[in-house]
Ligand binder design. Structure first.
Ligand code: PLP
Length: 459
């Protein structure tokens, strides 16, 4: 679709003045060049000469501005954003409250290090997370920079609190790319291949993947517990870590009863239950945290991605008796809870609440599931449609029901060329995932789904 920009559109697209509100970008898909355009292609050449190929990009398209439900590229193309930079900009890019809070903070001070001279914003974020995360028990929060760093710190806390060393993660899990979190992550390529040896005392258990295992939650739970008991032993087990909806693994929603039973089993056996809510947290699934859908109360909650409107911040929130187990100075880091990121987080959390973005995620779910389930009824290549809130996925299969990664690649490439940013995931590379900003206008979401389904029909 290539249409001439209206006067209003071209003035917003060209007038990149600092005071210009990026969320006022026209909420339209509009292609001015082929995608990628000439300027993006030139920048990709520079990237190739300056950045290792290992740091990949989903699309060879460079961003210039973004807001609401669009990303505008350097060639002036306005793309529909169904990725949110991997579930990060739930409040939208350059969300007005975030821009105001960060702008004020950057002028006051940018860093003192919370471990040297602390500042109120860090404490305020901790107070907010202690109140927001599931359970009304007494909690403490420590802040870090990335999801992986927070996962590592949750494991450190669990080990010192229990005096045990083993950690169980699950099939299809993704917990990051640092040494310890690579060990926890299941998929070898591209995340782990050649990067070992991996951190010891990490064990893998089977998860619940209803579409592929056909098990009830109880059956999947019994299978997991039997393996953990025989291969690890509860007396050695510090923690179980799981994503309440598995993200990179394929947006896998476990069968009812699996998470509930796992939490109960952990509690009976003195094992710390860690919910990795890095991707699922902050309204993404139509609840502030995905754990709420199962009514579970994790001992430790790990958060990042949607926490601060795009600024790097992560957190571990948990039971006070666990979080107080490490000795003084045992947790921290130079940048953890950076003041700009904390200011952004406070503004982001306020935005989720004030603008009812939980309700927005549910509205997105309704639109996406309705469209995709209708398509599934017509097309046997859509094996499964699943997810919660604004975290919805389509698993593509061949005539035998086997994962079809090649088809998945063709579909997303065609959608990219039509100006829709869409990502894949899944252990078998055959899942198209939708992670729109919760601020996306629903008509734009519909248009993105049209493009995606047209691409599937043509593939
Ligand atoms: C992205 C992700 C991580 C890692 O976060 P980084 O900020 O990339 O280190 C960990 N766990 C889950 C569930 C994630 O989706």
């Amino acid at each position: 679709m290539t249409t001439a920009p209206t006067a209003a559109e071209s003035s917003t697209a060209t007038a990149a003045t600092p005071g210009d509100r990026p969320h006022s970008l026209p909420q339209v898909r509009r292609l001015r060049t082929t995608v990628p355009g000439p300027i993006s292609l030139e920048l990709m050449e520079r990237k190739r000469s300056a950045v290792p190929t290992a740091v990949g990009t989903t699309m060879p398209v460079f961003a210039a501005r973004a807001g609401g439900g669009v990303v505008v590229d350097v060639d002036g193309n306005s793309l529909i954003d169904l990725g949110s930079g991997i579930a990060v900009t739930g409040v939208g890019n350059s969300a007005p409250r975030v821009v105001a809070a960060v702008t004020a903070q950057v002028a006051d001070f940018t860093h003192t290090c919370f471990m040297i001279t602390p500042y109120e914003e860090y404490v305020a974020v901790a107070e907010r997370l202690n109140a927001l995360t599931p359970g009304d028990h007494d909690k403490r929060t420590a802040l870090f920079n990335s999801g992986a760093e927070a996962v590592e710190n949750a494991i450190k806390v669990a080990r010192v609190a229990t005096g045990r060393t083993a950690v169980v993660a699950f099939d299809h899990a993704y917990h990051g790319r640092t040494s310890l979190t690579m060990a926890l992550t299941a998929k070898v390529k591209p995340y782990k291949h050649g990067f070992g040896p991996f951190s010891p005392e990490v064990y893998r258990a089977p998860t619940s993947y209803p579409y592929r295992d056909g098990l009830t939650g109880r059956q999947a739970l019994d299978r997991a517990i039997a393996q953990i008991t025989t291969q690890v032993g509860v007396e050695n087990l510090a923690a179980v870590i799981i994503e309440p909806v598995q993200g990179e693994g394929g947006f896998i929603v476990p069968a009812d009863g699996f998470l509930e039973g796992l939490v109960a089993w952990c509690r009976e056996n003195g094992v710390v239950f860690i919910a990795d809510e890095v991707q699922t947290g902050f309204a993404r699934t139509g609840a502030m945290f995905a754990s709420e859908h199962s009514g579970i109360v994790p001992d430790l909650v790990v958060m990042a991605k949607g926490i601060a409107g795009g600024l790097p911040l992560s957190a571990v929130t948990g039971r006070t008796e666990l979080m107080e187990a490490p000795g003084a100075g045992g947790l921290g880091g130079t940048y953890g809870g950076n003041p700009l990121a904390c200011a952004a987080a406070l503004a982001t959390i306020e935005t989720y609440e004030a603008d009812d973005l939980i309700g927005a995620a549910r509205a997105i779910e309704e639109v996406a599931l309705t469209r995709l389930r209708a398509a599934q009824a017509q097309d046997p290549r859509i094996g499964d449609v699943r997810g919660r809130g604004a975290m919805i996925a389509v698993e593509l299969v061949d005539a035998e029901g086997a994962p079809d990664a090649a088809l998945t690649q063709r579909v997303v490439k065609a959608a990219h060329a039509q100006g829709v940013i869409v990502l894949t995931c899944g252990t078998y590379g055959n899942v198209v995932r939708l992670l729109p900003p919760l601020t996306i206008p629903l008509d734009l979401l519909e248009e993105g789904l049209d493009v995606l389904l047209d691409a599937l029909a043509a593939a």
